[in-house]
Design a protein around this ligand. Structure first.
Ligand code: NAP
Length: 275
């Protein structure tokens, strides 16, 4: 989607992938920095460890403690996190307004959940309930959210509980941040359909997974006439936000990026079917 956007903008450039181990991260990072490129995206598992190699962080990246975007400028490196805006902007505006004043439930407390709670706090949502499978991780996550809640003076009500105890009866938006349901685990869902049924009538079920486009969770939610959103728009929005930063432009060509990404996912799905 980045290459399609660069072609559309008539910019001579490319977006490539580089795989690196934790051990090689510093070496690869320095090589890329010295190569004169505009910047990098960083993905799992380097989003946190790369911070030690950076000169500066934006306020958002500091809040999350993880970066997905690096900008090289005047010999310096700056870390940013565009998952925050990507997650939030993917939600239709009218729904954003509505869910903010109610309770939002998040399943999973890993890296993506960290960026998502910061997005929710920055948008001053009323209440966030986080469900996880591991008590210790959940309690560490609660500490993290509470400290950011204090720092931002947002006063959102924060609760955590084990996934086995999930109760969705007062949830306006349910967000899945676990990989349950992601290809090839496509028949599984983190939430039983009976539990989904307890969601209020106009609740949104948002699965940040984008492969497949419709996870089992979203299929079940649709069956129950709930509003649904998959993770592809978040992926597009975070990518577009990174590209706009590197190009020092206000916005990137979203439509072009969306089309390119959908086309590539469709051809991937065809490959999976052939297997
Ligand atoms: P992560 O840091 O590994 O976190 C995953 C979370 O899911 C952890 O809390 C983990 O629990 C929990 N989990 C995993 N398997 C589980 C299971 N069987 N039952 C209950 N909980 C389970 O991964 P991440 O970076 O947050 O990514 C998570 C998902 O989000 C992936 O599918 C990724 O593709 C997607 N994602 C999408 C976008 C987008 O742009 N749409 C962006 C980022 C991520 P433990 O902590 O107990 O292990």
């Amino acid at each position: 989607m980045h290459t399609a956007a660069l072609q559309y903008l008539n910019i001579n450039g490319s977006y490539r992938t580089f795989e690196t181990s934790e051990k090689e991260l510093k070496k690869i990072f320095n090589q890329l920095k010295d190569s004169g490129i505009r910047g990098l995206n960083v993905t799992i598992p380097h989003k946190t460890s790369v911070i030690t190699l950076l000169d500066e962080l934006t306020d958002t990246a500091k809040l999350i403690g993880a970066v997905n975007t690096i900008i090289f400028k005047n010999g310096k490196s700056l870390g940013e996190n565009t998952d925050v805006t990507g997650f939030w902007q993917a939600i239709p505006e009218k729904i954003r307004e509505k869910v903010s004043s109610q309770n939002i439930s998040i399943v999973g407390c890993g890296g993506a959940a960290q960026a998502i709670v910061i997005a929710l706090l920055l948008n001053k949502v009323k209440q966030i309930t986080i469900y996880g499978r591991n008590k210790e991780k959940l309690s560490g996550f609660k500490e993290f959210v509470n400290s950011r809640n204090e720092q931002l003076k947002t006063k959102s009500k924060i609760e955590t509980d084990l996934l086995n105890n999930i109760n969705l009866s007062n949830t306006s938006m349910l967000v899945n941040t676990t990989p349950i349901g992601m290809y090839p685990d496509i028949n599984n869902s983190p939430i039983k359909k009976e539990e989904l049924q307890k969601l209020p009538k106009n609740a949104l079920v948002y699965d940040i997974i984008y492969n497949p486009l419709e996870t089992q969770l979203l299929k079940d939610a649709k069956d129950l006439n709930k509003l649904t959103l998959n993770g592809i728009e978040m992926l597009i929005r975070q990518g577009a936000a990174s590209l706009a930063i590197w190009l020092e432009q206000e916005v990137a060509p979203l439509g072009v990026m969306r089309l390119a990404l959908y086309s590539s996912l469709v051809s991937n799905e065809e490959l999976h079917t052939e297997e």
